[in-house]
Design a binder for this molecule. Structure first.
Ligand SMILES: Cc1cc2nc3c(=O)[nH]c(=O)nc-3n(C[C@H](O)[C@H](O)[C@H](O)COP(=O)(O)O)c2cc1C
Length: 213
């Protein structure tokens, strides 16, 4: 039995440093610990969408991805599980985040476990995860884990604040990250590794093609 899984991490943050990337890294680290606890190796591939922003627009206009964008898309479509994190812009996922999933084949995420995360300025927009991001991945037939993780500016401020006596109790954000990561690892390890599509595979045997003519 294979004891390794490919995990793709997509982060759509724009700023540098990016709180979205920070959340993506925290989710990936927590998931990594969960996989290790289950004796499963992880091949982690991070896709930082700001690096592909120009290529994504060109792909929309021309219909062809650049080599680096093609590699990024392949990292996602061949993964056994996906961690997808977007900043919240105007109460929804960002345009860059949506553009990337617009150019991914609509069937490519079918049956893929997905852990969702989002960052925002206000806690009041946390439900964008549920009314915007989750339906997008449901449409793509991905299997979205029940816990989606939102980090508002105030959550980062609470990190490391401690209890006043020198101890740092886990914050609400840390607990949400751990819970989402555990659910994600359970889903991914409970499924067989996905078979990578063979680009040279002949879908219909030649004998059959000849017999039909
Ligand atoms: C154009 C724009 C729109 C935004 N709209 C919202 C919003 O509706 N709700 C919210 O909570 N934060 C909003 N924000 C704040 C960002 O979600 C927040 O700063 C995010 O963490 C930035 O991620 P980054 O650091 O990875 O770039 C907006 C920011 C920008 C630039």
């Amino acid at each position: 039995m294979t004891t390794s899984r490919r995990i793709a991490v997509v982060s759509a943050g724009l700023r540098q440093p990016s709180s979205t990337r920070l959340l993506a890294d925290r989710l990936a680290d927590a998931a990594g610990r969960q996989f290790t606890a289950r004796d499963v190796d992880v091949d982690l591939r991070v896709v930082e969408l700001r690096e592909h922003a120009h290529d994504l627009t060109n792909h929309l206009l021309s219909g062809f991805p650049s080599t680096s964008l093609e590699r990024a898309i392949e990292a996602v479509t061949t993964a056994d599980g996906l961690i997808a994190v977007s900043p919240i812009f105007t109460a929804s996922y960002s345009g860059l985040f949506k553009t990337f999933f617009d150019v991914v084949d609509a069937d490519a995420l079918d049956g893929m476990p997905v852990l969702l995360g989002a960052t925002g300025g206000t806690e009041r927009h946390s439900l964008a995860l549920e009314h915007a991001m989750r339906p997008l991945f449901t449409y793509l037939h991905a299997i979205v884990v029940p816990t989606a993780v939102y980090a508002a500016t105030s959550d980062w401020g609470a990190e490391g604040a401690g209890d006043g006596a020198g101890a740092t109790a886990p914050t609400g954000l840390t607990r949400r990250i751990e819970r989402g990561a555990r659910e994600f690892a359970e889903l991914v390890t409970g499924r067989e590794p996905r078979q990578a599509a063979d680009p040279f595979a002949v879908p219909t045997p030649f004998e059959q093609l000849l017999a039909e003519n």
